[in-house]
Design a protein around this ligand. Structure first.
Ligand code: MRU
Length: 356
């Protein structure tokens, strides 16, 4: 497929009727790729964060359903339908916070049910599921590029952008949301610099954002998470751009743990705080009370890159995401345009109208 910018890194893709991915839990030390047509293997990959980032897990789940449908297309029709419904459930139960996973699986389930209603045979249904999954992947890349174009307008020349976690090519099918904006600004000749937080506990910033931006040639400087406040206060940051796992109808932004602290400091210091997210991350049906913040294994906190940093019997908490209030967000950059406050009205306008 043709895109207006180079696609240098893909996190998930379709190959030989299987879903394939680069194992982001091992980067940048090992560049391992895997492929599967087994929903259980894919579910384990999502839970273990071999595949992570809201759009990437949605795309991977959709491709995984399609791969499985092709694999089992010779089963009898009723068994085929039940097994695909089960595969969707397995993938649905992997991670609870990112909306894109449920959005993509709902699209796959709707495709399954409508093709069943049409009376198609198993091969035809599998074909339609493959087409839908590839469409979801392609839409993700195109959305990131469009988001990049809208967002790049907000980035002044010579700006220093602070980002948290990894909202890059490695968190999407390709190109990235926050990093997609950096890419477009860079390709348009803006001399940007990026400050990346390490993003404990599993270091998506240090391992993934730094790797990805260095590959692109964009200057990037790593800081520890607890430096963000001082670095912003000192005036070293012109704008913050982060991704999102879910945006509620009120405009609350759920993103990697630590985002809220950065948003507070940005507000206090009059630094714009932008959120880059496709409309598939916006859930107009969810209000903040409905959001489940994933709690992960405390051992991730008690270790760094597998090495213990505390006593084995020490207690630890491991919330994977936090909540940023709408009044801390300057704007939300989507593939349909830039959404400014008041978010409850403007989110609806963009998502329902389907245009900028
Ligand atoms: O736990 P992760 O690594 O899946 O968390 C990822 C994030 O919080 C990203 O910022 C978010 O998914 C947006 S990715 C474009």
């Amino acid at each position: 497929m043709d895109y207006p910018y180079p696609i240098k890194i893909r996190a998930v893709w379709w190959e030989n009727s299987q879903v394939c991915w680069i194992d982001t839990s091992k980067l940048p030390f090992e560049e391992k790729t895997y492929c599967t047509d087994e929903p259980e293997r894919l579910a384990r990959a999502i839970i273990a964060m071999e595949i992570r980032g809201a759009p990437a897990i949605g795309v991977a789940a959709a491709l995984g359903v399609a791969a499985y449908a092709i694999k089992i297309a010779s089963s009898n029709r009723e068994e085929f339908i039940n097994r695909i419904e089960d595969a969707i459930k397995t993938l649905w139960n992997t991670r609870p916070t990112a909306h894109n996973l449920f959005w993509a699986l709902t699209r796959m389930r709707n495709t399954l049910r409508s093709t069943v209603k049409e009376g198609l045979n198993t091969n035809e249904i599998a074909d339609r599921l493959r087409e839908e999954a590839i469409r979801i992947m392609d839409e993700d890349i195109r959305s990131n590029i469009r988001m990049g174009e809208y967002g790049a307008e907000l980035v002044p020349d010579n700006a220093t952008i602070l980002t948290h976690c990894n909202a890059g090519a490695l968190a999407t099918a390709a190109f990235g949301t926050a990093e997609g904006i950096m890419r477009v600004a860079w390709y348009k000749g803006k001399k940007i610099k990026v400050i990346a937080t390490e993003t404990r506990p599993v270091l998506q910033g240090a391992r993934l954002t730094v790797w990805e931006l260095m590959k692109e040639g964009i200057p990037v400087t790593l800081i520890t998470d607890n430096m963000a406040g001082y670095v912003i206060r000192k005036g070293l940051v012109d704008l913050v751009i982060v991704g999102a796992d879910r945006i509620t109808r009120e405009g609350y932004v759920i993103n990697k743990i630590g985002t809220y602290m950065i948003a507070l400091v940005a507000k206090r210091n009059n630094v714009p705080f932008y959120v880059a997210a496709p409309t598939s991350t916006i859930d107009l049906n969810s209000s903040i009370e409905d959001v489940v913040i994933e709690e992960r294994d405390p051992n991730e906190v008690k270790k760094v890159l597998g090495k213990p940093i505390t006593l084995e019997e020490a207690k630890a908490l491991n919330y994977a995401f936090d909540i940023t209030d709408p009044d801390l967000v300057t704007a939300i950059i989507t593939e349909r345009g830039i959404i400014k406050p008041p978010f409850p009205e403007n989110l609806k306008r963009i998502v329902w109208r389907g245009g900028g």
